[in-house]
Design a protein around this ligand. Structure first.
Ligand code: SF4
Ligand code: SF4
Length: 224
């Protein structure tokens, strides 16, 4: 019995397969020209592909690198000198580090997206770009930093010079102000003003009687 059942199953699956072949045989053929942008399949809204970093908003906090499970993010920073203002991010966070290196080895990346969650300025995100194959693996290390270490050092040195110049300028201004105050004529002594009249003995004087003659007369005194 099982023998005949196997034959029946074999025949029915073969017929099903032939049915699919016949259906496609009669359909018009379409060749998608894949590299054409119009023929690309649109990616879903939350697709996780190539990473992008907006360096204008990066504060160099290293949180994305620490979250990465495969250590493919490398960040180097340089401290700004005290008092140096290097601006704020678009969500109002004050920057206090120069980011001199921000490399992502995308060949190692497993597209988990874990680096994007802890970012306080939301400047690292995954895009829908998925075509970035290279012949050389080195080309898959993306450098996002816009400033080199030398440039940061130079900038800090210039900023330090500016700070020093500003401090000298301020000291000069304060000195000039003090000199001007010392050479100005002394203000005239205030003239003695007559002290207010002391209240008469016996306390406060009653106000003068204001009622005009012919005003309201007090009621006559009635003996009980
Ligand atoms: S997506 Fe994942 S693997 Fe890739 S850089 Fe971010 S944390 Fe690392
Ligand atoms: S978490 Fe965001 S702000 Fe911090 S270093 Fe990474 S990209 Fe920059």
């Amino acid at each position: 019995m099982a023998y005949f059942k196997d034959i029946q199953e074999g025949l029915s699956t073969a017929l099903q397969g032939m049915g699919i072949v016949m259906k496609h045989l009669l359909k018009p053929k379409v060749t998608r020209q894949y590299p054409n942008p119009e023929d690309r399949y649109p990616m879903p809204e939350r697709a996780r592909n190539r990473l992008y970093v907006n360096m204008d908003d990066c504060i160099g906090c290293d949180q994305c690198a620490r979250a990465c499970p495969v250590n493919c993010i490398t960040i180097d920073t340089a401290k700004v000198i005290p008092g140096e203002n290097i601006g704020t991010t678009s969500n109002g966070k004050k920057k206090s580090l120069w980011v001199t290196r921000f490399d992502i080895d995308i060949a190692k990346c497993c597209y988990c997206g874990l680096c994007t969650y802890p970012c306080p300025t939301e400047c690292i995100r995954m895009t829908d770009v998925y075509e970035f194959s290279e012949f050389d693996r080195v080309n898959l290390i993306y450098n996002y930093a816009t400033m080199g270490a030398d440039e940061a050092v130079l900038h800090s040195a210039n900023a330090k010079k500016d700070e020093e110049r500003l401090a000298i300028e301020r000291a000069k201004q304060a000195e000039e102000k003090a000199k001007a105050a010392a050479s100005a004529p002394a203000p005239a002594a205030p003239t003695a003003t007559a002290p207010p009249a002391a209240p008469s003995a016996g306390g406060v004087k009653p106000p003068p009687f204001m009622a005009k003659p012919g005003g309201i007369k007090p009621p006559p005194f009635k003996a009980s």
